[in-house]
Design a binder for this molecule. Sequence first.
Ligand code: ADP
Ligand code: MG
Length: 462
Amino acid sequence: MSKSFNRKTVTKRPKVENEIKMLSKIGYTLESAISDIVDNSVTAEAKKISITCPPGTQNIFWSIADDGYGMSPEELQENMVIGCKDPAEERDQMDLGRFGSGLKTASLSQAKVLTVISKKKGKPISGASWNVERIIKENDWVLEILSEEECKSLDYLEISSNLNSSGTQIIWEKMDRYDDTDHQDLETEISSDISSIKKHLSLYFHKFIEGKEKINFFVNQDALLPIDPFMKKLSGYQEGEEETMRQGLSKISIKSHTIPHWNRLSKEKLDEYGGSEEISKKQGLYLYRGNRLIIEGGWLGLTMNNKLNDLARVEINIPVELDNLWEVDVKKSSLQIPRKVKILLKEVLKTPTKRSKKTYTYKGKEEPKKYWVKREDEREKIITYEVRSDNDDLLKLLSSLNSTQKKGFAKYLRNLSADLPVNDILATLHSRPLDLKQEHLLEKYQQAEKIFLDFFKKENKK
Ligand SMILES: Nc1ncnc2c1ncn2[C@@H]1O[C@H](COP(=O)(O)OP(=O)(O)O)[C@@H](O)[C@H]1O
Ligand SMILES: [Mg+2]
């Protein structure tokens, strides 16, 4: 055994400027940062959460205000500290927080000034602010404290200072993302941010927007409607198997869904879900942590991303207390699947993928097969589409031809079959499914044979 030494110590703190720069670069997006702030409002039992970024203001700011239980002036000051809570501490089931840092790191990833105003029932309204430039200048984590009077005088104040009310408001100012944008593009950029935030929250918090304990979400005064990734209320949806797995006293549930084929969605719904290509890309696992969506699609290496799995979506609900098992990262935007869960998942996954294949073949509407036939060669594993040779009209036509003509015609039909632009049709079905209206041809030719003859003349002149 080695000899033991008494080591002396020296204190070496991180440089405040570098520390703050590092903390603000842990990879939040505007959407994931706002979601982290919203998590706090949900945990604080808010019934109303308003997100605002007023257009046309000189000093751009984002504000997230809730009517949750709020904080007392002392609690607010404590909670402004990065890492104010121990991640190992047991959390309440409804608590979406974890590291005691989301409020600060999410905010500082977006803004150089973070102000929090809060009010707890029976306590005075209070405010505190981190100002990055000042922290760097003073080379210390100096927290600015807003007096009750200053809080009440703020232009953007949305929470009430009445003794009995409660709530919290987060304000982000001096945001990097708008720094280099010139004035003209700014409005466009902000309005695109607003619509992207609306979409994101409608999906990521859909279980709260639609749930029994409903929370009302507003973005620039517009009430948000939930976006259900499983399209459960749309016609063509198929419910799949549900499995639960116990981990101590907690339960993980895994449920498979088959969404309707995009051909069956209205144009409006198709847009809402981002179009057919996006729908296909978003196949896969949907992980919820305490009812809030964390991962949206993708198979995390479990099954091949596959055209035939386009419609398969698997809902996985993980309770907050199982964070350790799943290794939630600070941003709460990724989870590592433990091996045991992976095995169970593979089992459950067999069902939705099968179902998705079936839905893909039967697109609701039965297609006529009088002129075309699909042939499957089981042994060679080859599928072909061919012009039907046993069609009555064709047989009648052939009987009027002499044998040379018959041969020529048969050859033409074979080439016609082989030349079917399959890839092009598939691409069109994906990119513009609603515009593909093959039955229009019939109408066109029925109206006048002349069109048909004209067509031949035109083609032959070339
Ligand atoms: N909107 C809010 N309403 C009430 N309390 C809040 C709110 N936001 C943050 N807090 C308090 O501040 C603490 C720190 O928040 P945060 O930095 O996001 O870390 P975490 O959510 O991991 O605890 C929370 O645990 C909570 O006590
Ligand atoms: Mg939090």
